[in-house]
Design a protein around this ligand. Structure first.
Ligand code: NAD
Length: 273
């Protein structure tokens, strides 16, 4: 698998295409999916404490016998672990479960009320070399502004729902201004058929002899977005990685930009807090 990296503003390279492990919970399914992903060449894995599979992911990474440094591992602080002490404890539990002594990326999962205290703990863990890249997920402009005013270090990345129907254009302008990388969760609209069978995308896909899923993932790459599609199906895991051998023209990017309906396929992030 070819891959590309994007650099966080501290210079740390992030493999642009990663693999999300949300909802792959059955043991056998998880093993098959992660082994296939590693075999295909994915090295960036996105988990979270709440997904309940940090331990299983760590075990698969060790099973691969590929040196840990070749992986890029992300996890996230869950809502009930917010606060300075609680975050430090949650981080320790996360790395213990993964069986690693540092994380490549650690994110605040949602902007729960105590996120400023949480962030302070993350800044310290970063400064101690325990985390290479610190960031947030599901943060909107007011949350980022609050951090910008009071934090020592600004988040280096924001992981947010993003797909052609919900391209996050406004937040992107703000994030670009402060060199906050854009990471897409739900990059395929969580598998929604409206998106995956969209005639405009189908036409572009046919033109390139690619699938609609590949066109959507390529669209994220062209926008310099870090993306972490999820699949537990080995054929799709491979398919989702084969997006480095074609490009979308400016005209095709323009056509896709017109699919913006403002539709989220998930609930608004405040619904999770
Ligand atoms: P996704 O957009 O990656 O969609 C996954 C679904 O798309 C699969 O379950 C499958 O049904 C379908 N699919 C995958 N590959 C396909 C293909 N080639 N062809 C057709 N259908 C295909 O959605 P997601 O899993 O919600 O998001 C990806 C990752 O983002 C998660 O696994 C998780 O790591 C992360 N995430 C983070 C948050 C957050 O709050 N930070 C929220 C949701 C997900």
């Amino acid at each position: 698998m070819h891959t590309k990296v994007v650099e966080a503003k501290n210079g740390v390279p992030i493999p642009q295409l990663g693999f999300g492990v949300y909802k792959i919970t059955k043991e056998a399914e998880f093993t098959i999916a992660i082994r296939e992903a590693i075999q295909v060449g994915y090295r960036h894995f996105d988990t979270a404490r709440i997904y309940g599979n940090e331990k299983a992911l760590g075990a698969e990474i060790r099973h691969s016998q590929i040196p840990r440094e070749q992986f890029f591992i992300t996890s996230k602080v869950w809502n009930t672990d917010h606060g300075y002490e609680a975050t430090k404890k949650a981080f320790q539990e996360t790395i213990n479960k993964l069986g690693v002594d540092y994380l490549d990326m650690y994110l605040i999962h949602f902007a729960s009320p105590k996120y400023m205290e949480t962030w302070k703990a993350m800044e310290e863990l970063y400064e101690a070399g325990k985390i290479k890249v610190i960031g947030v997920a599901n943060f909107e402009i007011p949350h980022l502004e609050e951090l910008r005013k009071h934090a020592k270090i600004l988040p280096m990345i924001n992981q947010i729902e993003t797909h052609p129907e919900f391209p996050q254009n406004e937040l992107r302008v703000y994030m670009n201004k402060y060199q906050i990388l854009h990471e897409a969760w739900g990059p395929l609209g969580q598998g929604n058929k409206v998106l995956l069978q969209h005639p405009v995308l189908k036409e572009i896909a046919d033109h390139h002899h690619k699938t609609v899923a590949q066109v959507i993932l390529r669209w994220h790459l062209e926008r310099d977005v870090v993306l972490i599609p999820k699949s537990s199906n080995p054929k799709r895991i491979r398919e989702n990685s084969e997006i480095f051998d074609f490009e979308l023209s400016a005209e095709e990017m323009e056509k896709i930009s017109r699919l913006n309906t403002g539709k989220r396929y998930s609930i608004h992030p405040t619904g999770y807090i």
